[in-house]
Design a protein around this ligand. Sequence first.
Ligand SMILES: [Zn+2]
Length: 193
Amino acid sequence: MKKLLSVVGAASLLTALPVYAFTTFGTPYSASQIPVPVYGDETSTLDACAGLSEYTGTSKRAYLSWNAVPNNSFRWRAGGWNGPIYGVPDGINGIFFREINDVGVLGQTTFNMYNGKRDSDVKIDINQNWNCGPEDPWWTQIDMESVILHEVGHQLGLGHSDDPNAVMWWSIGMGVSKRVPQSDDIAGIQYLY
Ligand SMILES: [Zn+2]
């Protein structure tokens, strides 16, 4: 009987407190790196969304959506063109539009340390039926802004969330827009920064 009571007590405690599902990905950016510059890659190609291979257009909207989360110290800024190399610890945080050969993978993000500081690169697959926005995607399209928002969440240090409503949930369907960080994502960035 005593054991049963303690279980009930634990259950009511869980409903009374917010329970977050976010996880973290690598060492966060240090305060001296913020605002973190994002660099474009001159060799990126993307026929469907021309001109998106740096901090402009669809990419910029996604980066600024993370900047807009209140009550945390994290900010991105445009870095321009500085020859980042994907996945290599070079101290340059980039976004790349390239082929990803793994079937079903829309984007990838790497994490390294360079001279004691976080170095993270995003790669977006060019071979998808993308919607560049800002219009909503058709049911046959993948929403690029939503995918970049997710990968940039990894880039700033969030892992996958167990909350299906979160931007940091591991998958996204065709025709789905998730362009704003949700409560679990917000809790994650506020926890890190
Ligand atoms: Zn992911």
